[in-house]
Design a protein around this ligand. Structure first.
Ligand code: TRP
Length: 334
C-alpha cells in the first residue's frame, strides 16, 4: 500500500504542520511504502525568489529527516526532480472540467483575497492530482484543508480511466481526525497566514519566548481556571503524557497556578520533544552534501515509478511512447 504526501516549501515548518501532518505521516513508514516530497512546483505559485525557494526546500527536507524519516525505507524527494508529473498534469487537465477547478476552496479563497491570480494557482489541483497519481498512491495523509484536493485527484483519475481504461489508481485522503485543530498563539488555528505560529526549530530561548506570548484570559494566580478553554492547555495536551495532562488539569482547577506556570510547563514538554530533533536538524542543515545524496536517491526511486505510470497513460491515450532516447535511456518496448 503506497502512502504519498507533499509539503510546500513556503516557510519554515510550524508546530501545526508537525502535529497535524508530519508526525502522522511518519508513523505510516512502517506499514506503508511511503513517498514523501517537497512540493517546490506548487510553491512556485507564490514563492518568486530563487534563494528563498532553495532555502525552504532544504529546510523542509531536513525537517522530515530530523523528525525520523528513514531514507532507507521511505523515498524523500523534491517534486521538480520528477518532471514527469508536469506531463501527467497536462494529460489530466484534458479530462478535467473548468467547473471542477472553479469549485476548489483554495482557489476561491485566493480569489477572495483580491490578488491577481496566476494560472498556476487555478490549475494547482491538477498538478496535485498528478503528484498523487504519478506514483500509484493509495493513501494520501493530509490535513483537513487538503481533503478536497485529494478528492479532486480521485475524480480526475476516475474520469481519465472511464475514457482511456484503468490507468490510474484511485487514491483516498487519510485525514487524522483524532487531532483537534492545533491552536496558534492567539487561539485561532495555527497558520502561517495568521502570523500565530510556533516554528518547529525555534531555538530553546525563542521557543520559550513564543510560549510566553500565548494569549490567555486575565485570571489571576488564585482564580480557578478552566483547562478546556485555555490555549496553553490545548497545546500542552499535544506534548505531554496522559498523567501530566491530568495533573496539570487538576492544578488549573485549584488556586495557586498562574498562566506563567502553565506556560513554563508547556515550554518544558515542548523542549523535551523538540530538543534532540533540533540538534539533528542543525547538523543536517550544516551538511548539504548528505542531504543532497538522500534527495537524489529518493528522486531516482520516485522517477522510476512515475516514468512507468506516464508510459501507461501515454499509451492509453494514443500518444507515442515516452521518447526516452532523448534523455539517455533506452526506448521502452511498445
Ligand atoms: N497542496 C499541499 C499543501 O499545500 C501540498 C501538496 C502538493 C500535496 N502536492 C501534494 C499534498 C500531493 C499531498 C499530495 O499542503
Amino acid at each position: 500500500m503506497r502512502a504519498l504526501t507533499g509539503i510546500k516549501p513556503t516557510a519554515m515548518p510550524h508546530v501545526g504542520n508537525l502535529l497535524g501532518m508530519i508526525e502522522p505521516a511518519l508513523r505510516l513508514q512502517h506499514s506503508h511504502d511511503a513517498f514523501y516530497f517537497i512540493a517546490d512546483y506548487h510553491a512556485l505559485t507564490t514563492v518568486h525568489d530563487a534563494e528563498r525557494m532553495r532555502t525552504y526546500t532544504r529546510e523542509v527536507a531536513a525537517t522530515w529527516l530530523a523528525l525520523g524519516l528513514d531514507p532507507a525505507r521511505t523515498a524523500l524527494f523534491v517534486q521538480s526532480d520528477v518532471p514527469e508529473v508536469c506531463e501527467i498534469a497536462w494529460l489530466l487537465s484534458c479530462v478535467t472540467g473548468m467547473g471542477l477547478l472553479e469549485r476548489a476552496h483554495a482557489y476561491k479563497s485566493a480569489q477572495g483575497d483580491g490578488r491577481e491570480l496566476n494560472v498556476g494557482t487555478f490549475t494547482y489541483p491538477v498538478l496535485m492530482a498528478a503528484d498523487i497519481l504519478a506514483y500509484d498512491s493509495h493513501q494520501v495523509p493530509v490535513g483537513k484543508d487538503q481533503k478536497q484536493h485529494v478528492e479532486m485527484a480521485r475524480d480526475m483519475a476516475a474520469s481519465f480511466n472511464s475514457r482511456f481504461g484503468e490507468v490510474f489508481v484511485l487514491p483516498e485522503p487519510l485525514i487524522r481526525d483524532d487531532v483537534a485543530t492545533i491552536p496558534g498563539l492567539d487561539g485561532r488555528k495555527m497558520s502561517k497566514s495568521y502570523g500565530n505560529s510556533i516554528e518547529v526549530w525555534a531555538d530553546a530561548k525563542a521557543l520559550r519566548k513564543k510560549v510566553m506570548g500565548i494569549v490567555t484570559d486575565s485570571k489571576g494566580i488564585d482564580d480557578v481556571k478552566d483547562p478546556d478553554s485555555c490555549n496553553v492547555f490545548a497545546l500542552y495536551k499535544l506534548f505531554a503524557t496522559p498523567e501530566e495532562i491530568e495533573a496539570l488539569a487538576t492544578r488549573y482547577r485549584a488556586p495557586g497556578l498562574g498562566y506563567g506556570h502553565a506556560k513554563q510547563a508547556l515550554y518544558e514538554v515542548m523542549e523535551r520533544r523538540l530538543g534532540a530533533p533540533r540538534e539533528r536538524y542543525t547538523a543536517l542543515m550544516a551538511d548539504p552534501i548528505s542531504l543532497e545524496a538522500v534527495l537524489e536517491d529518493g528522486a531516482a526511486r520516485a522517477r522510476q515509478v512515475a516514468a512507468g505510470v506516464l508510459q501507461r497513460a501515454r499509451h492509453a491515450t494514443g500518444l507515442r511512447g515516452t521518447p526516452r532516447k532523448n534523455v539517455g535511456g533506452t526506448h521502452p518496448a511498445t
